[in-house]
Ligand binder design. Structure first.
Ligand code: UP6
Length: 260
């Protein structure tokens, strides 16, 4: 699949969210997702509006927003429509099926009502996917499994990663993975990769960075997730987003060309 264009994969894909995602990526020539880890509603809306034109996915952590409310969701959805991007709530669910069902559909955030994509750890076993699917599938949502993580010393390796792939291949609600590479050719499951930086050194809390070329061209991942590389101290978010969009897209073009 990594030899095909995003457009052709989108045309053939059975899942509505991934169809929409690939079409957006092709229209905007962007495989960049912004990890918007900011603390307030105003900051999130501001960066989503500024960087929106250059991204295919806005990745949120709604539980770090101090003044979260329904209006934030309405405004994010309006920005998603205006700038043509999808919303991925990086919730990293990790409980038993019955509990995650309540967490995904309810509480203050009601994530399933507005996030096209969310994700989970499969540490509890396959029941977590079934619980989330009960809420998300009727709404046409998609789920990513955390097959690997970007941080130093992470424990998602070997058999654990393989189990993620097995569970994903066998479930229609799963649309892909968080991880560093392409994981399977059995069906077109996407990979989104965090821990991407053009010149960043690793942070003090275990985060490790690789370049778009390593991730997209060499490893066959589909989307780069960039946070502080875009809005870190002293950075101009629009200029950085443009730079990462171009780097990510060129890395993809290199991959496609390599295959001809
Ligand atoms: N993230 C990782 N690594 C993972 C999974 N998720 O960094 O394995 C998320 C973080 C953060 C973003 O929760 O939102 O990706 C990375 O941000 P950064 O580019 O500022 O390091």
């Amino acid at each position: 699949f990594s030899q095909q264009t995003y457009a052709s994969r989108g045309e053939k894909h059975a899942h509505p969210v991934i169809k929409q995602l690939f079409a957006t990526m092709e229209r905007k020539k962007s495989n960049l997702s912004l990890a918007a880890d900011v603390g307030t509603k105003a900051e999130l809306l501001e960066i989503a509006n500024k960087v929106g034109p250059y991204i295919c996915v806005l990745k949120t952590h709604v539980d770090i927003i101090s003044d979260f409310d329904r209006d934030l969701v309405d405004q994010l959805q309006a920005l998603a429509a205006k700038h043509d991007f999808l919303i991925f709530e990086d919730r990293k669910f990790a409980d038993i099926g019955n509990t995650v069902k309540l967490q995904y559909g309810g509480g203050i955030y009601r994530i399933a009502d507005w996030a096209h994509i969310t994700n989970c750890h499969v540490i509890p076993g396959e029941g977590i996917i079934h619980g989330l699917a009960e809420v998300g599938m009727p709404k046409g949502r998609g789920l990513l499994l955390l097959a690997e993580m970007s941080s130093k010393g992470m424990l998602a390796t070997g058999t654990y990663t393989d189990k993620n792939v097995e569970m994903a291949v066998n479930n229609d609600f799963v649309v892909g993975f968080i991880g560093s590479r392409r994981f399977t050719e059995e069906r077109d499951l996407i990979t989104m990769t965090p821990g991407v930086g053009l010149h960043a050194s690793d942070d003090a809390l275990g985060q490790q960075y690789r370049t778009p070329e390593q991730i997209i061209t060499e490893n066959g991942s589909d989307i780069i997730i960039v946070g502080r590389g875009i809005y870190g101290p002293g950075k101009d978010p629009v200029a950085e987003a443009q730079r990462y969009r171009e780097a990510g897209w060129n890395a993809y073009l290199n991959r496609i060309n390599l295959m001809y």
